[in-house]
Design a protein around this ligand. Structure first.
Ligand code: PLP
Length: 393
């Protein structure tokens, strides 16, 4: 038996330190914006190199707060990938703005910059590159497009805290970056939590005010904000884990390297080829010529991948067959994501132009399957996963 994720394997060894952190907060009783919040913010700022870090209630609220701070309004268009977790587009929609869905690159699963360029209009105000599964999107052309059209850039780095692009940390390249501490993320908390980072002093200050209902000083409201605070307790507990984060990442990278080495030796299994970046049709032809059944994920040479997910592409309409086989073998796996955002029912009322041209996203939604990659997997467990896949081939 191999679960897809085992949060206890990471958390239980820290029990005494976590209890000490809890006791400290219990004793002083400053449950809202207590001293541990600032400590944790400083730790995340130091780790990512961001000038400002603001602890917030979730990764979703981090997105909402940053879009509010960037003054995204009803009718504005915001570019975001069709293949991501719902929150990316949900935050746009909640402000009355229109998410305009772009297609993705079939190699790294991230925003297809050429498609984003095609979809810019006079109403486009921002772009949200998502660094999906732990690997950064191709930020240089995204930042160039944003500069050309005066767009704001919010990096949805919920799955990629600690990842890097050409030596720059995920979340620190745009106007804002957002992280999530949802338990399944790489820095997994004990409930909901998130972080907003920015290098811009004014944006940081505005976001800080919006985090507490737009008030400064207390009870004097210049803006309508929200309650976007993260609990002191959650910050205290995550401070225990953030000190070990480099090891957590190294463990995931070791697991990914093991899978890559072992699985790529199996007949019918190929590595994704970065040469086909952004060109799904030539890639499909090449994969067919190779007789590929499974495509393994790869990291671009300029990226440091932190492997929030290890996501296979299963070709030829066989994805559900592999999933059923793994489930029967008691190996955890899941589909991230089965329905692209342009096809979600809640967005059916959006203009057709904001939901067009996402064919690669649709193809991948029918092919992807993520297998266990969490850091505490044992070598025997990894071998069990590899053997089960070999048996299915
Ligand atoms: C998890 C996630 C979010 C939302 O974070 P929460 O803390 O769960 O609100 C946003 N975007 C992406 C890409 C995510 O994976």
């Amino acid at each position: 038996m191999v679960p897809l994720l085992d949060v206890n394997a990471q958390n239980h060894p820290l029990e005494s330190e976590l209890q000490a952190a809890f006791t400290q907060v219990l004793k002083h009783g400053r449950f809202i914006m207590g001293p541990e919040m600032e400590v944790f913010e400083k730790e995340v700022a130091a780790m990512t190199g961001a000038k400002h870090a603001l602890a917030v209630s979730s990764g979703t609220d981090a997105l909402l707060l940053t879009l509010m701070a960037l003054d995204i309004k009803p009718g504005d268009e915001v570019l975001c990938p069709a293949f991501t977790f719902f929150a990316t587009a949900g935050a746009v929609s909640r402000l009355g703005a229109v998410p305009v869905f772009t297609d993705i690159c079939p190699i790294c699963f991230n925003i297809d910059i050429n498609d984003a360029c095609r979809k810019v209009t006079s109403k486009t105000k921002a772009i949200i590159p998502v660094h999906l599964f732990g690997q950064c999107a191709d930020m240089d052309p995204i930042l160039a497009l944003a500069a050309e059209h005066g767009l704001k850039v919010v990096e949805d780095a919920a799955q990629s805290i600690g990842a890097a692009y050409k030596g720059r940390q995920s979340g620190t390249m745009g106007h804002f970056g957002t992280y999530s501490f949802f338990p399944s993320k790489n820095l997994g908390g004990f409930g909901d939590g998130g972080m907003v980072v920015t290098n811009d002093d004014e944006l940081a200050e505005f976001a800080r005010v919006l985090r507490v209902h737009g008030s400064k000083p207390k009870y004097y409201h210049h803006y309508v904000g929200g309650n976007f605070r993260m609990d002191t307790l959650q910050c205290a507990l995550l401070s225990v884990k953030v000190k070990r984060y480099a090891q957590y990442t190294a463990d995931r990278q070791r697991n990914a390297a093991h899978y890559t080495a072992a699985l790529s030796k199996l007949p019918g299994v190929v590595l994704a080829d970065p040469a086909h970046c952004k060109c799904a049709s030539t890639q499909n032809e090449a994969l067919a010529a190779q007789g590929a059944k499974i495509v393994l994920p790869v990291a671009y040479g300029h990226n440091t991948h932190i492997w929030n997910q290890f996501t296979l592409r299963v070709l030829g309409g066989k994805r559900d067959s592999l999933r059923d086989h793994l489930v029967a073998k008691k190996i955890g796996c899941d589909i991230y994501y089965p329905v692209t955002l342009d096809q979600q029912q809640c967005f059916a009322g959006l203009p057709a132009t904001s939901r067009s041209g996402c064919e690669v996203s649709h193809q991948l939604a029918s092919e992807v399957l993520s297998i266990p990659i969490y850091g505490e997997l044992t070598e025997a467990q990894r071998e069990e996963v590899i053997a089960a896949i070999a048996e299915w081939l």
